[in-house]
Design a protein around this ligand. Structure first.
Ligand SMILES: Cc1ncc(COP(=O)(O)O)c(C=O)c1O
Length: 381
């Protein structure tokens, strides 16, 4: 049968391609953005208890009330902003669904959506699918700072939404309080919705604080903030996340959500509710991953790769420009084929495949795997 594609330019994504190649060559795999270690046995026990205790039928459409209430209390404690558990929080199938549903709810034909590049890959196809126009702004390394004059210059009457992501995949940068204040000031007199992807909210290093959009009253009044239990509790395969937004936005979001998935895995919501009641389960994540980042960076300190330590997320960019000027995709393939180490070339996240000779490595791995990767990186001269 012949049919036309709504996404004619989307092919196999880079993660699938690199993953396949890594398997073929039995490469040490730092390309995959998820942990290779087990979650806390306590969380697994809670999941088992929830399954055995009969929570195996549909959950409420918005998510269980107790989970929403626990999330509301957590956000109030961390960011001083109160979200009403009844109207302003929805449990989603990972942040991916929260993002998909947010864009599909609000973006209409010819609406413009500002996306900052490099960008995680799940925003743009959805904008396109719903007839929106992507307005990209390419940020430049090594610090990937926003030029606010450029930002102002792309805002116009058709701008419907801005997508931000802090801590940021793939660069490992975070937005400061002053970045968020600048954004707040510029959006103040507009009707623009902010889609704030904060899935790495609990992975911030060197004593810095995560600057959630929830902390800034005018930003919060226009924001849908997306989070992921997968990232925070090492359970990416559970695909449970949530989003929070003011009532008027959340009401529209839920109209779509109820026909999109209706509701999310019930026993896992029960388990997560209990587990969330102990703040150290998420507050300890910063130092857990900082230890991994430091371990990895120490192990490669004598390599020829140039490093700016990641400030957040579990990703580290490595600049290989002193080794070769080959394109990053070619170099990434070579690393797999010739050295048995897999990473992600950063150009795939950039505008027009801009290539700064950088690869993304995920350090959410055991020390054994990080050692294996470091040994390989140290031999490449
Ligand atoms: C920046 C970013 N946003 C969203 C997601 C998706 O999160 P989830 O697995 O909860 O759907 C990811 C996962 O890699 C991510 O890196």
């Amino acid at each position: 049968m012949e049919t036309s594609s709504k996404l004619p330019n989307i092919g196999t994504n880079i993660f699938t391609y690199i993953g396949k190649l890594a398997n073929e060559y039995k490469a040490v795999n730092l390309s995959q953005g998820f942990p290779d270690f087990s979650p806390d046995p306590k969380l697994l026990q809670l999941a088992e208890d929830a399954l055995k205790n009969g929570h195996n039928q549909y959950a409420p459409m918005q998510g269980t009330f107790t989970l929403r209430k626990t999330i509301s209390e957590k956000i109030e404690e961390l960011h001083g902003k109160s979200y009403h558990p009844e109207y302003e929080i929805t449990i989603t199938a990972g942040a991916t669904q929260a993002i998909f549903t947010s864009i599909s709810t609000f973006v209409q034909q010819d609406d413009e959506v500002i996306v900052l590049k490099p960008a995680y890959d799940c925003y743009e196809p959805v904008i396109e699918l719903f007839g929106g126009k992507i307005v990209p702004i390419q940020l430049e390394g090594p610090d990937f700072k926003m030029n606010w004059d450029t930002f102002k210059s792309v805002i116009g009457p058709k701008t419907k939404m801005v997508v931000i992501n802090t801590p940021h995949n793939p660069t490992g940068t975070i937005w400061s309080k002053s970045d968020m204040l600048q954004l707040q000031e510029i959006l103040k007199s507009t009707n623009i919705i902010l889609l704030s992807d904060e899935v790495y909210e609990h992975i911030v290093f060197d004593g810095e604080e995560h600057q959630s959009a929830a902390r800034f009253p005018d930003l919060a009044s226009r924001s849908i903030i997306c989070s992921s239990f997968g990232k925070t509790f090492h359970v990416t395969g559970w695909k449970v996340g949530y989003c929070v937004a003011p009532k008027a936005l959340m009401q529209e979001f839920q109209k779509v959500h109820q026909f999109n998935v209706f509701c999310i895995n019930h026993p896992m919501q029960k388990a997560l509710t209990e587990y969330l009641k102990t703040p150290k389960h998420y507050l300890g994540l910063n130092s857990f991953y900082q230890t991994k980042r430091d371990y990895f960076l120490k192990a490669i300190k004598d390599s020829k790769f140039k490093v700016i330590p990641s400030s957040g997320t579990y990703f580290q960019l490595l600049d290989y420009s002193e080794i070769t000027d080959e394109k990053d995709i070619i170099f990434a393939e070579k690393l797999i084929r010739d050295h048995k180490l897999a990473s992600i070339p950063v150009s795939v996240f950039n505008l027009d495949a801009r290539d700064d000779r950088q690869l993304r490595f995920c350090f959410a791995k055991t020390e054994i795997v990080l050692d294996q990767a470091a040994q390989i990186l140290n031999t490449i001269r």
